[in-house]
Design a protein around this ligand. Structure first.
Ligand code: BG6
Length: 515
């Protein structure tokens, strides 16, 4: 029997047998844009290199720009050369390029969808594709309604109860900018598509290290018995970025760090760290458990927000040997902007497992380095034997899940320092993806695109989860709006955040981890 290359590929193991990528056409709305060039096309190329794409597939870039198929192939090639995980090889590129096409269209015009349909009807038979279609909206959120209504009105969406050929729609974040607008986006989506046809992407869920959280928690017997308020003192989640706002000020000014990172990526990360054990790996079961967790977040009253949430903006700083401008001096940022580039907060999960355990979250731009981790700090041992001197407590055990870079995990434990004296010294047990598995892990978009083609929605956000996380965020937005603040606390670019963030955690007798 010949071995299927997919069988030994880490992206395929553990996958339900019926969930293999199916022959389909991928239509990328905004196909000539940045997301397509940096992420989507390189991800598809890497999947093709791994033999994971079905042989019958086609990609149509669909956008307003005038472009021929050949020009789109050049654009795709350039994207792969610059951003692909693996280098472009001439032979593989030629095979891959044959599947790429481009269709110009104005999303608000019915004629664009009519032409798209003709293009699909012409391309699909060439590759033996029987009408399975995946529409990827790589477009600004303001165009979502136009595109989904355009698809529906043109009859390009399969009826919800039809298994094959399928229609699937992939939507990028942000889904709304507050609870009411998120509800409105979900309503528009659901007026054209059934929920099972919708795939709301949160690319953090596609990161290998994020998926490993479940494997680590439920594939080992030693962690789960300790994973509760009896043994855990607190949890810290840090998602720090070294870059400032760069060229994305236009978007970021309307978002800010709370909407951009906390509402989606960080709350999704938290839901995996803290959820109850799922009884199956089925998508709906895992998504139910994630939702339960989000629904247990203790709601903040507007008058409590200031005590639990710190926001700040980076000011100018000296960073990596260069002067870095403050946020208000960046191109495209208003000189009196009050958009936060940093958030630190404390939250509680009101369920049996986590009662009373504080969860600290911090995220920001222009911080000293790019590093994301979840650190679980365990309670101290009783004050006797090795730590009777309260001025010199033992370092607590910390399990640090390193999301990126330097992916892996480490456990800090106390060990006796060799020698005649009894002295305890903190040491680390360390696992690194790089040294253990060698090869680079697949990019999040590779995994997620494959999952959409296979119809596996586990790593995507369901409507109720999006709404539950906005529901928790909303009082913070309301409190900020009501405060009418004209200046935010500042932190110099290249530092770990404002003093107010330290005070938030110091007040509980804890400290941010030094990363
Ligand atoms: C995006 C945010 O969703 O995630 C960006 O909009 C942020 O502002 C990015 O920089 C971070 O993603 P990653 O994978 O680089 O950590």
């Amino acid at each position: 029997m010949t071995e299927n290359p997919a069988d030994s590929n880490p992206l395929m193991t553990g996958r339900n047998q019926s969930l293999f990528p199916q022959a389909c056409t991928i239509v990328i709305f905004g196909g000539a844009g940045d997301l397509s060039r940096r992420k989507l096309i390189p991800a598809l190329y890497n999947l093709a290199l791994d033999g994971l794409l079905p042989t019958q597939f086609a990609v149509i870039g669909f956008a307003i720009d005038e472009m021929s198929d050949d020009a789109f192939r050049d654009f795709a090639r350039e994207g792969i050369e610059r951003f692909s995980r693996r280098e472009l090889s001439e032979e593989d590129w030629l095979d891959f390029a044959e599947h790429l096409f481009y269709q110009q269209g104005e999303f608000s015009e019915a004629s664009a969808y009519a032409t798209l349909r003709m293009r699909l009807d012409e391309i699909e038979p060439r590759f033996g594709i029987s009408g399975n279609r995946l529409y990827y909206l790589a477009i600004p959120p303001s165009l979502i309604d136009t595109c989904v209504f355009g698809l529906r009105d043109a009859g390009l969406v399969a009826p919800p109860d039809q298994d094959l050929p399928f229609t699937r729609l992939v939507v990028e974040k942000p889904i709304g900018r507050d609870l009411p607008s998120a509800l409105a986006v979900n309503q528009s989506l659901q007026s054209c598509f059934a929920e099972h046809q919708l795939y709301r992407i949160d690319h953090y869920l596609g990161k290998e290290t994020v998926q490993n959280i479940l494997a680590m928690r439920f594939g080992n017997s030693i962690f789960e018995p300790l994973w509760n308020s009896k043994y855990i003192d607190h949890v810290q989640i840090t998602v720090a970025e070294a870059e400032g706002v760069g060229t994305r000020a236009g978007y970021f000014e309307t978002a800010g760090a709370l909407r951009d990172m906390v509402q989606n990526h960080i709350l999704q990360l938290l839901s995996l760290v803290a959820m109850e054990p799922p009884w199956s790996m089925r998508a709906d079961v895992i998504r139910d458990r994630r939702l339960d967790l989000l629904q247990c977040l203790r709601p903040l009253r507007i008058d409590e927000v200031e005590r639990h949430v710190v926001r700040a903006q980076y000011s100018s700083g000296f960073f990596h040997g260069k002067n870095a401008p403050g946020y208000r001096r960046e191109n495209g940022v208003a000189a009196d902007s009050t958009t936060e580039t940093f958030v630190a907060l404390r939250l509680f999960i009101d369920n049996w497992r986590w009662a009373g355990v504080p969860i600290y979250i911090r995220t920001g731009k222009a911080m000293p380095k790019r590093v994301s981790e979840v650190a679980v700090q365990f309670k101290a041992v009783p004050h006797m034997l090795f730590n009777t001197d309260t001025d010199h407590p033992l370092e607590p055990n910390v399990l640090a899940l390193r999301i990126q870079p330097d992916e892996g995990l480490s456990l800090r434990i106390g060990s006796k320092l060799p020698g005649p004296k009894v002295k305890i010294y903190p040491v680390k047990m360390d696992f690194r993806y790089g040294s253990t598995f060698g090869d680079q892990s697949p990019e999040a978009y590779e995994r997620l695109l494959l999952d959409v083609m296979a119809g596996d929605a586990t790593l995507f956000m369901r409507d109720d989860a999006v709404e539950a996380s906005w529901n928790w965020i909303q009082p913070i937005l309301d409190a900020w709006e009501a405060s009418g603040e004209r200046w935010l606390p500042e932190y110099p670019a290249g530092s770990w955040g404002p003093i107010e963030a330290d005070r938030l955690i110091d007040a509980d007798g804890c400290a941010w981890r030094q990363l």
